[in-house]
Design a protein. Sequence first.
Length: 101
Amino acid sequence: MFLHLTSPSFDSPVTMQNEAGDNVDLYIPRKCSWTNRLIEAQDKAAVQLNVAEIDPTGRYTGEVTVYAIAGYVRHHSESDMALWHLVTKGTRSAEAKPSQQ
């Protein structure tokens, strides 16, 4: 079986539709939470972490915050520092101590 360049499969763009019939993107890229750069599909070293939200008593509230760290950051051994600053919302480590009970 041969396909000709004039066949309908080459003329129509590839689209994806949801259940409502709306056109949706085939790929939605992620952004690194630390550098705000796009994470490419080929970045096999990138990770996505779900960090649990807790209330002042230390109990899980059922909500999570999603952080994506690019492979570039992990390659330069900065992911631990980046995640720490993201979770503590940029506060200094001396200010971000666990609450005393």
